[in-house]
Design a protein around this ligand. Structure first.
Ligand SMILES: Cc1ncc(COP(=O)(O)O)c(C=O)c1O
Length: 353
């Protein structure tokens, strides 16, 4: 973050510490208003983390025991975990090799009679094929929900991600595009009933202090996180624009190589810049590490291969997920990374490949 912003974040943190109000105060209230305005959503309810945001969204959509929820086989485990936490069963769908996102044709093929919803994930900063996915949901009477943990601020057909489903869930984990200074999450919706349900559930099933309608969760964003996120939200478009510029530089530098990189898509906000390597991924990763370049493998094991899901879903083959899991590598990308740093990573990658 630019140094001026760092100062503003520090000042905000100190202001909250001095205020002595740490939970359910003005910072959270203002953050929810500002974030709803930024995302173009009618209601925004903050919570403790992105996993809780998914759980709350699933509950508010009426998903529970006996239901099946279609989701991608290629995502962070929390997506499927949230489905299991509400008592439902994840049904895993293969992805499109160019986007890492759910393949709409595979989605339609995977529907069972128990499927009640689709939990679409917008992976690595790229919105999924929402028009096609929404059309599948409409044809089959499925509720659409969005896992936007990796796409805060991205738009699809000029609307912010998170507004396409009945509810959208976000994470403020520090590495996210809008990253906090600890954990944090958010649910957005334009449905009043869903919003009321989420708000009640995240505060022990209570809409009025000490009166509880149902058993819920203690899942709240702290004042200090909300305050610091308010400062960062003001700079988010600038951060996302920087990520897009870095991606453009990577593309130019890698264009005559065997490395497959993400297409230039207007809507991509590059939470990750994930390339697909022809072979030797682990050796290349090690070599880059030896030059001080940290890369990451998101994700080495698709969900259909995770032990935690073995007893909770019918295990299917997901050839595209499995292929990409073996060959992908995420290169460094973050606001304030310089052109020289991108050049250095690209040069070393080209040498290693
Ligand atoms: C796609 C996806 N869904 C859900 C989550 C869960 O968010 P959190 O870590 O804030 O619980 C993450 C975070 O890593 C994620 O990447």
């Amino acid at each position: 973050m630019a140094s001026t912003n760092t100062g503003a974040v520090r000042k905000k943190a100190l202001d909250v510490l001095r205020s002595g109000r740490f939970i359910m105060g003005k910072e959270v209230e203002f953050f929810e208003q500002e974030v709803a305005h930024y995302l173009g959503a009618r209601y925004a309810i903050s919570c403790a983390n992105g996993t809780d945001a998914l759980v709350l969204a699933l509950h508010a959509a009426g998903i529970g025991a006996g239901d099946e929820v279609l989701t991608t086989g290629y995502t962070f485990f929390a997506t499927a975990e949230a489905i299991m936490q509400v008592g439902a069963t994840p049904v895993l769908v293969d992805i499109d090799s160019e986007t890492f996102n759910m393949d709409p044709l595979e989605l339609e093929r995977s529907i069972t009679s128990r499927c009640k919803a689709v939990l679409v994930v917008h992976l690595f900063g790229l919105p999924a094929a929402l028009s096609e996915i929404q059309a599948v949901c409409d044809r089959h009477g499925l509720i659409l929900l969005e896992d936007c943990a990796q796409t805060f601020g991205a738009s699809y057909q000029s609307r912010k991600i998170g507004n396409f489903g009945l509810l959208g869930a976000f994470s403020f984990f520090p590495s996210k595009n809008l990253g906090g200074f600890g954990d944090g999450g958010l649910v957005i919706t334009s449905d009043l009933k869903a919003a009321e349900t989420v708000r009640m559930l995240c505060n022990h099933g209570s809409a009025r202090q000490y009166y509880h309608e149902c058993s819920g969760y203690n899942s709240r964003l702290d004042e200090i996180q909300a305050g610091m996120l308010r400062v960062k939200l003001n700079h988010l478009d600038e951060f996302n624009a920087q990520r897009k510029q870095l991606a453009q530089w990577y593309r130019e530098l890698l264009k005559d190589t065997e490395v497959i990189f993400p297409d230039d898509r207007e809507e991509h906000i590059y939470h990750q810049f994930t390339v697909v390597l022809p072979s030797g991924r682990d050796m290349i990763k090690k070599r880059l590490a030896s030059k001080g370049i940290a890369t990451a493998i998101y994700y080495p094991l698709p969900l259909n291969k995770q032990r935690a899901l073995a007893d909770h879903t019918s295990i299917v083959e997901l050839p595209v997920c499995e292929q990409l899991a073996e060959h992908c590598l995420s290169l460094p990308i973050y606001p304030n990374m310089t052109r020289e740093q991108v050049q250095l990573v690209a040069d070393e990658l080209i040498r290693a490949v």
